[in-house]
Design a protein around this ligand. Sequence first.
Ligand SMILES: Cc1cc2nc3c(=O)[nH]c(=O)nc-3n(C[C@H](O)[C@H](O)[C@H](O)COP(=O)(O)O)c2cc1C
Ligand code: SF4
Length: 397
Amino acid sequence: MPSTSRLLAAEGVTLSEHREHFGPLPTVDRTQLIALLDEAGLSGRGGAGFPTGRKIAAVTGAKPVVVGNGAEGEPLSRKDAVLLTRAPHLVLDGLDTAAVAIGADKAYLYVHAEAVASVRTAVQERRAAGLDPYRVVVVEAPDMFVAGEESAAVRHIDGGPALPRDRIVLTAVAGVRGRPTLVNNVETLAHIALIVRFGADWFRQVGDDKDPGTMLVTLSGAVDGQGVLEVPTGTLLTELLAPRAVSAVLIGGYHGSWLPAATLHGARLSRTGLESLGASPGAGIVHALGPTDCGLARTAEITGYLAGQSARQCGPCRNGLPRLAELLDELAYGRANDPLVKEIRRITRLVDGRGSCRHPDGTARMVRSALRTFADDIELHHRGRCIAADVLAAEPN
Ligand SMILES: Cc1cc2nc3c(=O)[nH]c(=O)nc-3n(C[C@H](O)[C@H](O)[C@H](O)COP(=O)(O)O)c2cc1C
Ligand code: SF4
């Protein structure tokens, strides 16, 4: 299994163990930080892969605020919880660096319940040591899929429900308490803490040329070594999955894309590496389907979950996603005919781009990739059979 320990390299989680391993944290100003991150080529690790230097440059105006996003509402992701429990000070160093550079007097760590205790302990340790020249407020994120969406995080920190809001005004312009707000994923912040210490060239020493560095990956499903690992971006997918046989892989999580096993040879886990396959690593999620798992049943289950997780504030989530979930159930367990597939495609087109946030788009993308990847299964289901059941039946007792 290919692994490179940078983020998870320290021996222990205390401030002294952290300092012993990583050394002191240099202070950089806004211009230096943006130049350094542009040179390093760091992209956001929260899913969309936006260039981090550009994102920081967009936050201007009086009294800015920084938010570290560790909500991790995606059921297939564990990387932020692992990072926050194993290296909370690295995340806090990144938060510190970003806050000082943009002149913020307040910073928030918006984290999943699982990570609250370790983050609070780390914040207290730093306060006692006289670090962090501003207040760090730890806010627990509800365990919901959409709770980590940027505007939902802002809304919840402001005391409201953790639901996305209309994107009339950008968070960079008016976020928490109406102040300019920088929202970065906690892994992105931890990479910032390493880049200011060791430099852009060091960061680029491993990984994909166009999207360098390491990334945290959550590996799940039909694989040996399930869990979180740190690998160079651009790692071969087959290296992560070997030696088990898989029939398909869901890359990028519930808003990601299914890829058939036959397309995985030579495919690399990075945005550039997966572009030609129409996929993206998202927040570093690789979920493998074994030969005896039914891809249509799994897709129906995920679509049902996503339909239940929407805020039902917008039309596509109120009507479109529940309908998609019904149709996917029908495809997996009922009649799998052409009109049904056509209707599923029609609904995915209807919901695409019509919500206040990307929840409908992400769901539609995952469903469309399932129709492509499991086309043979649809044909078999139409004839009352199932690939997974056939494999199971052929296995020796
Ligand atoms: C439905 C939905 C859920 C999201 N959940 C998370 C999350 O749990 N954590 C996260 O960092 N970003 C999440 N995002 C992405 C954030 O909106 C935002 O882009 C990200 O926190 C920015 O950080 P980055 O630039 O460091 O990647 C989600 C986006 C969507 C549309
Ligand atoms: S698109 Fe769906 S999840 Fe997003 S804000 Fe609207 S109702 Fe909520």
